[in-house]
Write a protein of this length. Structure first.
Lengths: 494, 192
């Protein structure tokens, strides 16, 4: 009980409260502007948060992460353009509802479903914490290596129809991580005699290049388009409360969000897919899905908003990020010497509970803000794309230059910006590069530590947890190849 | 659901590319990655150190071998698959390739703008460099209205005051600030 009081006391500190407000409201704004997204905002703010206390920095970033998807529903519904990538499914039912004059109902329903999903997953997280605290200490080097390996496999397999490309990009990220002086024998790898490569590629610089700069280039090069959102009339509360008429769908979708959010590399898209398919199959009006079904809207919004809290589980318990945003947050932990992983639950339980409570508070602040400011936020959607491009490029400089005041970092970030731009143009995923860098480092480190106690390769899986993780890897691969085989047989028959 | 899905097949979030158009550019980019993977694989012995009496799996080059072999393997598969999939619209495809590469090069222009901005900060100072960068780049991308340019300048000023003045983010002070009169000089060195 003391832990909970300590956590609440941590949350009451003025700087944490300011970070909470700025993160929550800033996240909604960022989400509501198509073309920015939480990854860009977090990449820019990441180096700035290094000077704050870890809880302050993480609350700010969590605020952006947790609330941007709620804000992203606004342009998805009003102008058929998702504010963040995960709001794409919201356009299927939200936009048709807006077109038939139910814009306010759709927007408030999306807010209600998002809030439901977020609260559901935070409660799961709170109840799971004591279990996690007991299980996490059983994770040694072998288990963490296997969990990271499972993450690698899931990241690749989650990119359906792009698995080979995702595998290539993941190895590119792993290779980038291996450049520089390695930590065990201090020998140089792939430095080509260049002094600036001795310290390798900084994760933050690569993230800023691939996410923020590439997005700015895309906005600057794109053709300008006019966006005219429809006016919102009526009360937000009615639609917000309507979620409770669809509580079965909201609960199941949130559950999918929690379960799939925990598995590294899977995340929002798969959770939404399962939830949407479930809602459609069990609906009395399945024909409405895709042309303005409130159930479809509830399914997609509650699933994607249940993921952020769940994605914190592998990060906090094992130090393994499941997707790009939590990978970025990992840097905040490391900069402050707070190492996420099994020991964190024993040494700093108050810190962990503070994060959970701040997530809950963020969602309350966001909903309160949206009740007053939605009509104003609709205008944010109109912001000129090139204007945004110039602003993102200027803000990115704060992130890159403030790291080490190093011009080479700026050149490296600009180069990765071009690479990220090409990847976006080709519609190839960027996330595997970042996860390759982060998971590659964890795997390298844990493999070397584990090898000191391993005599045969089988020793890697002779403990229960590592054996379960290995079995999950095998099952994931078998299922993937089975569905490939089944799909190709179906295509041949047709 | 299907109409939106069809849309997403042909256009990205900004609606500026389609799948047919990207076939050859994707092949080109894959070829680049494949060549890089094999090239780096060949370079592993010269770019990593081999320690005697140490197991091969604990050698610094082991991880590089595993990663690069995997990268080369997947890149080769993807490249071969793309070559086999390539349709017969070769003449149109070649045009698309050059159009796409031209678009890639356009992003390099903005990358150079970014580097130039970084170079000017320690000389001019963060505030003048930011204002100059935002106004010139704004004009370059077609923002002509005086009101919009003024808003850009205001955003630039806010960014500088917020990050350097308020959050004291580490940005270098400009050399030219030295020439400012005394009371302003101190403020500029601290907050601008």
């Amino acid at each position: 009980m003391n832990v909970i009081f300590d956590a609440l006391a941590n949350l009451m500190a003025l700087d944490v409260l300011i970070a909470l407000l700025v993160g929550a409201i800033g996240g909604v704004l960022i989400g509501a502007i198509p073309g920015v997204g939480p990854a860009v905002a977090i990449a820019i703010l990441l180096p700035v948060t290094f000077q704050f206390e870890p809880l302050v920095g993480l609350t700010l970033l969590l605020g952006i992460y947790g609330s941007s998807m709620i804000g992203g529903a606004i342009p998805a519904i009003l102008i058929n353009t998702p504010g963040t990538a995960v709001n794409a499914l919201t356009t299927y039912d939200g936009y048709p509802m807006a077109r038939r004059g139910e814009a306010k109902r759709a927007v408030s329903l999306a807010f209600g479903a998002s809030f439901y999903g977020a609260v559901f997953s935070i409660l799961c997280l709170l109840f799971l914490s004591p279990v996690l605290a007991k299980v996490a200490p059983h994770f040694g080097s072998r288990e963490i290596f296997m969990a990271a390996f499972l993450g690698v496999v899931c990241v690749v397999l989650a990119h359906r129809n792009q698995t080979v490309v995702a595998a290539i990009l993941l190895t590119v990220g792993m290779f980038l991580n291996s450049v520089g002086i390695e930590a065990v024998r201090y020998s140089k790898r792939f430095t080509f005699g260049q002094g600036w490569l001795n310290s390798g590629f900084d994760l933050i610089v690569v993230i800023l290049g691939l996410f923020a700069l590439s997005q700015a280039f895309l906005l600057l090069v794109s053709t300008e388009r006019q966006r005219k959102p429809p006016a919102l009339t009526g009360s937000l509360l009615t639609g917000f409360m309507e979620v409770f008429r669809h509580k079965r769908i909201a609960t199941v979708s949130s559950f999918f969000g929690v379960v799939l959010g925990i598995i590294p590399g899977v995340g929002e898209f798969t959770a939404q897919f399962f939830s949407y398919a479930y809602a459609q199959k069990t609906s009395k009006k399945p024909e409405l899905f895709g042309s303005g079904s409130p159930e479809g809207l509830v399914a997609s919004e509650s699933a994607n908003n249940a993921v952020p809290a769940a994605a914190m589980i592998p990060l906090l318990a094992l130090g393994i990020p499941g997707e790009a945003l939590t990978a970025m947050m990992l840097s905040v932990f490391y900069v402050h010497g707070v190492i996420p992983g099994p020991a964190l639950f024993e040494t700093r339980p108050d810190f962990i509970y503070s994060l959970f409570f701040s997530l809950m508070a963020i969602n309350v602040v966001v909903i309160a803000f949206l009740f007053f400011a939605t009509n104003l936020l609709v205008q944010v959607v109109r912001i000129n794309e090139r204007f945004l491009g110039v602003a993102i490029l200027t803000l990115s400089m704060v992130g890159v230059y403030s790291l080490r005041n190093n011009l080479m970092d700026c050149a490296v970030a600009a180069s990765f910006g071009v690479v990220g731009y090409i990847l976006r143009r080709l519609n190839w995923p960027i996330v595997p590069v970042i996860l390759g860098m982060v998971l590659g480092r964890i795997m390298d480190e844990k493999f070397r530590t584990a090898m000191a106690r391993v005599e045969t390769p089988l020793d890697f899986i002779n403990r229960p947890i590592s054996a379960i993780l290995f079995a999950m890897i095998v099952v994931a691969l078998v299922l993937h190849f089975y569905t490939l085989f089944r799909d190709s047989r179906k295509t041949r028959k047709e | 659901m299907s109409s939106s899905q069809d849309d997403s097949d042909h256009h990205d979030s900004l609606g500026i590319r389609n799948r047919v158009r990207s076939e050859l550019p994707a092949l080109f980019f894959l070829a680049l990655i494949t060549v890089a993977a094999y090239g780096l694989l060949v370079l592993v012995p010269s770019q990593t150190r081999w320690f005697p009496r140490v197991h091969f799996y604990l050698q610094p080059g082991f991880q590089a071998y595993v990663i690069l072999v995997t990268m080369a393997f997947f890149a080769s598969i993807a490249l071969l698959r793309e070559i086999m999939r390539l349709r017969l619209r070769k003449s149109r495809q070649t045009i698309f390739l050059w159009l796409e590469i031209l678009d890639w090069l356009r992003s390099i222009e903005y990358a150079l703008w970014f580097v130039a901005y970084a170079v000017t900060i320690p000389v001019l100072g963060y505030l003048p460099a930011t204002l100059g960068f935002m106004l010139l780049l704004g004009a370059r991308v077609g923002i002509r209205s005086a009101r919009k340019l003024a808003v850009l300048a205001l955003i630039g000023l806010t960014i500088v005051l917020f990050f350097r003045g308020l959050l004291t983010v580490k940005m270098p002070a400009g050399q030219y600030y030295e020439f400012l009169p005394e009371p302003l000089r101190g403020f500029a060195l601290m907050a601008l």
